[in-house]
Design a protein around this ligand. Structure first.
Ligand SMILES: C[S@@+](CC[C@H](N)C(=O)[O-])C[C@H]1O[C@@H](n2cnc3c(N)ncnc32)[C@H](O)[C@@H]1O
Length: 235
């Protein structure tokens, strides 16, 4: 119990957020771990590993997130709500949690309601490509962790973003070829790399790379392509 308090306090201080918000973020993780006993939301099952691999990791992009333009925020392929829920609680920014698996989204909806966070968080149970048709050029910031290759992420995000809107990608190791490839797709997708930061999580070994892309101009192909194409047949 004493150790739990210390973790939330230490993390809150390191990140410059209030202890109350950090406690709420940790409480969300506990809800996810509980729900995970009956439905597969995440492969992470313990509080200790969840603190690092879900909470610390989700919040590791705060620096980039805080610089993103004001406006609608969406977490693409949110799964158990990461990084969307921790980022939303930490900053007070409203979020749309997007995932194609309706069962997962229904559980997130329940947790969010139970925690009294429904005003700040809503869900979309469907594919990103369909959201792009329904809410074209509506988002100022998007996040994506453990979702797809960079080229697929840029293709899925471009039609959703307003001009100057940003996509924050949480990646592990990225090959130079993948970066070169998205450079080549810059004109086609109207998405350009604006920041790139690499580090390890607090265990000293888990690699993390945060890449931020900005929408500038208009894609030279019609987006979204047919549902599934961006991930099955990346450009
Ligand atoms: C590996 S999980 C990552 C979950 C979470 N972002 C995390 O880092 O813990 C990827 C999630 O993306 C969702 N997903 C994949 N492709 C999608 C698409 N085209 N539209 C909506 N959701 C998608 C999957 O259902 C899955 O829940």
């Amino acid at each position: 119990m004493i150790e739990d308090t210390t973790w939330a306090e230490k993390t809150a201080q390191a990140l410059g957020i209030s202890v109350d918000r950090m406690n709420l973020i940790e409480s969300y993780l506990l809800h996810v771990i509980e729900a995970n006993k009956t439905t597969n939301l995440t492969r992470i099952e313990t509080l200790e590993s969840g603190r690092m691999l879900h909470l610390e990791d989700s919040l590791s992009g705060l620096k980039e997130f805080n610089k993103a333009p004001e406006g609608l925020y969406g977490d693409l392929g949110t799964g158990g709500g990461f990084p969307g829920v921790p980022l939303s609680i930490a900053t007070g920014r409203t979020v749309l949690l997007v995932d194609s698996v309706k069962k997962k989204v229904a559980i997130l909806e329940d947790i969010v309601r139970e925690m009294g966070l429904s005003k700040q968080m809503s869900t979309y149970g469907g594919r990103i490509e369909d959201l792009a048709t329904e809410k074209k050029a509506s988002f100022s910031v998007l996040t994506a962790r453990a979702l797809s290759s960079l080229s697929s992420l840029l293709e899925l995000s471009s039609p959703l973003l307003v001009q100057g809107g940003q996509l924050i990608c949480y990646k592990a190791n990225v090959e130079d070829e993948e970066i070169d490839h998205v450079e080549e797709l810059k004109g086609l997708l109207a998405m350009r790399l604006v920041s790139d930061r690499s580090f390890t999580l607090s265990d000293g070994v888990t690699p993390r790379r945060i890449l931020v892309f900005e929408k500038k101009g208009y894609p030279s192909i019609k987006l979204p392509r047919r549902v599934g194409m961006a991930q099955k047949r990346p450009l």
